[in-house]
Design a protein around this ligand. Structure first.
Ligand SMILES: CCCCCCCCCC(=O)SCCNC(=O)CCNC(=O)[C@H](O)C(C)(C)COP(=O)(O)OP(=O)(O)OC[C@H]1O[C@@H](n2cnc3c(N)ncnc32)[C@H](O)[C@@H]1OP(=O)(O)O
Length: 226
């Protein structure tokens, strides 16, 4: 089995030449991301009283202040990221620095991107199950990862999602993404969500079309960057 570690959007791999200061900052960002994820999940599940909740809200506003004193603009990439090295600390699906990300941990195995994650109660849609938009988010990411890993990166222009059965929360999940067709500028990819315990029973599947970005479009969207 060929197993290739490839994390295009998180903080665990990438440019080995990063300075000690950047590595230390990435570790701190991961620490904050983990604390935020715990906070978000606890905030969506706590049955604490109003006084305790207000106390927590005040405390959170207090600790946000020093971080807000130095923030980047939309036009600036995070200084801890390394786009070419594949490090994106705040990716909302896989970024270990993101409180929003489950996070998904994924790698390429025999040409298929295989990922794992567990969704907490903050992702609830129908009671006890994941929000359908969250499933679409995870699948868009898996398909995008597959197209990038296959050497045909592009942007999603179409994503068709089929919900066969609800996705349980607080349950280890197994995600897949694979490229099924490469056309001139378009790449078609397919992905699935199942539980890790029953990987052959597909709960949600998606097919996506990705389009390679023309250089003039890159300039129009990002100027000389990102
Ligand atoms: C390293 C990171 C990896 C992690 C994965 C993350 C994955 C996340 C992926 C995303 O979420 S991307 C964000 C969501 N997507 C977008 O915001 C894209 C919005 N769309 C666009 O900006 C433009 O459509 C785009 C720049 C992608 C293409 O514009 P172009 O003007 O270059 O396209 P053009 O009109 O030349 O069409 C190129 C081909 O795509 C086809 N096409 C365009 N839009 C389509 C569409 N909506 N549906 C189907 N096909 C479409 C079009 O027919 C044509 O096919 P043919 O070559 O066969 O003629």
């Amino acid at each position: 089995m060929t197993k290739r570690s490839y994390h295009p959007t998180d903080g665990r791999t990438g440019n080995g030449a990063a300075s000690d200061a950047i590595r230390e900052r990435r570790a701190a960002i991961e620490d904050l991301g983990a604390a935020l994820r715990t906070l978000l999940q606890v905030s969506a599940s706590t049955e604490a009283g109003a006084d305790e909740i207000r106390l927590a809200a005040a405390e959170l506003r207090r600790v946000t202040g020093p971080l807000a004193a130095s923030v980047r603009t939309r036009a600036q990439q995070p200084s801890a990221d390394d786009l070419l090295g594949g490090i994106r600390m705040y990716n909302p699906v896989s970024g270990t620095g993101s409180g929003l990300a489950p996070p998904v941990d994924a790698e390429v195995v025999d040409g298929v991107v295989v990922g794992t994650c567990t969704l907490g109660l903050a992702y609830e849609g129908p009671p006890t199950y994941a929000h359908g938009g969250v499933s679409a988010l995870l699948l868009d990411h898996m398909l995008g990862y597959a197209t990038t890993a296959s050497g045909h990166p592009g942007m999603t222009v179409e994503l068709t999602t089929r919900y066969r059965a609800p996705v349980p929360l607080q349950t280890p999940l197994r995600l897949t993404g694979r490229v099924t067709e490469v056309l001139t500028r378009k790449v078609i990819a397919h992905g699935t969500i199942a539980t890790a315990a029953d990987p052959d029973t597909v709960l949600v599947e998606a097919t996506g079309t990705f389009v390679a970005i023309r250089p003039e479009k890159v300039r129009a969207l990002w100027g000389s960057g990102p």
